[in-house]
Design a protein around this ligand. Structure first.
Ligand code: PMP
Ligand code: GLU
Length: 388
């Protein structure tokens, strides 16, 4: 069988692959510490589950419009207004089966073969692959821990060419937890306006932010920037609803129409029951519960930071948001894949290698797990790394 050339260069998602390998090891009886999770360990709030059960019982089990039902879009519209001071019409919003799906669809509708998309390093593993799947070419902008893993104006300008179609910004960032301030965003937006580049703003970790910082959406800088931006968000991280698969985007009406068309021929509507649950979560906001979870994440970050600093050659970057540490392990002389594989095989600790995030000198360590597990993990990493 000759398969499509499109798939030739696409690698499976390392984040999903390693997490399932670690879970399988655990299921087979191994005592594995998993510091790889890309999802909150907290359960979906009870009242959200109830809303879903009610949806099932009331027969909300049929197709909905392909881009999501109106009442959910109205809840998302209110969320944008309340949280981000952004005014969207419901015709500028589309609901997808997870933010990953939203992003995939965006690249599908904007890219022609050879179009370039600027992706800032270190980046979430799926961006480059999604761009390639759409026929586009990822153009990477290198940053450094010393510069807070943030791209400046010159870095971005040096990646712009006549084929640049879009730029992806992810704040707070997966895998390093860096947050772009409003001022940082203003500078990037200025370039995008001048060079006519679409801004794709992935704000999925918006609610997981530490030390009293504030999330700024690049679209809220000015109406001109808003018109050039497509904002992507979802309920996975903010409401611990990863398995429910609801994401959404807001932006230019024409693009939204095209995404609707694409969904109407591919996935059809996101699950009706998940839409009901997401509508409940987004409408209620569930601020108290979410703030409680956020302070737990902050406590875990601090425990992990202290632990990592006590490991000889590990150089952790302190995250300001999300739930991952990007930690420099280059001092051990191993590439990130070997480091992560040996750490799992020999010390039974699962982390994600940095290579698929664009940096082979790093590993990603998740703190979406309880403090005891984090402490145990640190003890094992320290002992194992000490023996290298
Ligand atoms: N963007 C980033 C940066 C992520 O880490 C994730 C998590 N997988 C997503 C988007 C997609 O989230 P979901 O598809 O679960 O909404
Ligand atoms: N975003 C998560 C991660 O980076 C979930 C896995 C995925 O969708 O890639 O681990």
């Amino acid at each position: 069988m000759k398969y499509s050339a499109r798939m030739d260069e696409v690698k499976p998602s390392a984040t999903l692959a390693i997490t399932s390998k670690a879970k399988a090891l655990r299921a087979s009886g191994e005592d594995v510490i998993i510091l790889a999770a890309g999802e909150p360990d907290f359960d979906t709030p009870e009242e959200v589950k109830k809303a879903a059960i009610e949806a099932v019982n009331s027969g909300d089990t049929k197709y909905t419009p392909a881009g999501g039902r109106l009442s959910l879009k109205e809840a998302i519209k209110r969320k944008f207004k309340d949280d981000n001071s952004l005014d969207y019409d419901v015709s500028e919003i589309v609901v997808s089966s997870g933010a990953k799906h939203s992003l995939y669809n965006i690249f599908q509708v904007i890219c022609n073969d050879g179009d370039e998309v600027i992706i800032i390093h270190p980046y979430w593993v799926s961006y480059p692959e999604m761009v390639r799947l759409a026929g586009g070419v990822p153009k990477f902008v290198k940053t450094s821990a010393e510069k807070g893993f943030k791209a400046g104006e010159e870095d971005i300008l040096s990646a712009v060419s006549g084929r640049t179609k879009a730029l992806v910004i992810n704040s707070p960032s997966n895998p390093c937890g860096a947050i772009y301030s409003r001022e940082d965003l203003r500078k990037i937006a200025k370039i995008c306006i001048e060079k006519d580049i679409l801004i794709i703003s992935d704000e999925i970790y918006e609610k997981i932010i530490f030390d009293g910082q504030e999330h700024a959406s690049i679209a809220s800088i000015s109406p001109e920037v808003k018109a050039k931006t497509i904002v992507v968000n979802g309920v996975s991280k903010s409401f611990s609803m990863t398995g429910w698969r609801i994401g959404y985007m807001a932006g230019d009406k024409e693009m939204i129409k095209k995404v609707n068309t694409l969904q109407s021929h591919s996935t059809s509507n996101p699950c009706s029951i998940s839409q009901a649950a997401a509508e409940y979560a987004i409408s209620k906001g569930l601020t108290e519960e979410m703030e409680r979870n956020c302070s737990k994440f902050q406590e875990r970050r601090d425990v992990l930071m202290k632990g990592l600093l006590s490991i000889d050659k590990a150089k952790p970057f302190k995250p300001e948001g999300a739930f991952y540490f990007f930690c420099d392990i280059s001092g051990y002389g191993l590439d990130s894949m070997t480091f992560a594989e040996r750490l799992l095989d020999e010390a039974k600790v699962a982390v994600i290698p940095g290579a698929p995030f664009g940096d082979d000198r790093f590993i990603r360590i998740s703190f979406a797990t309880d403090v005891d597990t984090i402490k145990k993990g640190i003890t094992r990493i320290k002992e194992w790394a000490g023996s290298l």
